[in-house]
Design a protein around this ligand. Structure first.
Ligand code: ZN
Length: 150
């Protein structure tokens, strides 16, 4: 890291701080030549994994699409936009921290169901009934029983 003042290329780290989000590390540096101080930020670069659909085709992850399916399930339900944002954030963090370069769309479906179960039981049943395409009434009843238990 070059000194921004005198361009000397030897600087010393005098303080390192990892803020609460854990993604950016802040370092205080001191130039060993001119003794001026400056701050650098280090960010972890994480990439969203590519989504592998059931038919084997690949697609980019899109937050808007994820939000779309959540909103559809939550239509007219008493859930705040903030709660939806938090759920989306949690899903994205799971995907990022998986470290995988590719994930099955089924995995994302499971993550969505987990969040919906927490947010709103009706929305969960809506999503699950489409997503899991229940074959008959008994499967549907089973899902409802499962929700009742939690
Ligand atoms: Zn310097």
């Amino acid at each position: 890291m070059k000194c921004p003042y005198c361009h000397h290329d030897d600087t010393q780290v005098i303080d390192t701080r990892a803020p609460e989000d854990g993604n950016t590390i802040r370092r205080r540096r001191r130039c060993t030549q001119c003794d001026k101080r400056f701050t650098t930020y280090e960010r972890i670069e994480l990439a969203m994994p590519v989504i592998v659909k059931k038919n084997g085709s690949r697609t980019e992850f899109e937050t808007d699409k994820l939000r779309g399916s959540l909103m559809l399930a939550l239509r007219k339900r008493p859930v705040s936009a903030e709660a939806v944002d938090t759920a989306i954030q949690r899903i994205e963090e799971k995907l990022l921290s998986s470290g995988e370069r590719e994930v099955n769309s089924g995995y994302i479906g499971e993550l969505v169901m987990r969040e919906l179960k927490r947010l709103d039981k009706i929305a969960y049943i809506r999503f699950a009934s489409v997503y899991k395409s229940f074959e008959d009434l008994s499967e549907f009843a089973e899902a409802i029983q499962e929700v009742k238990k939690t």
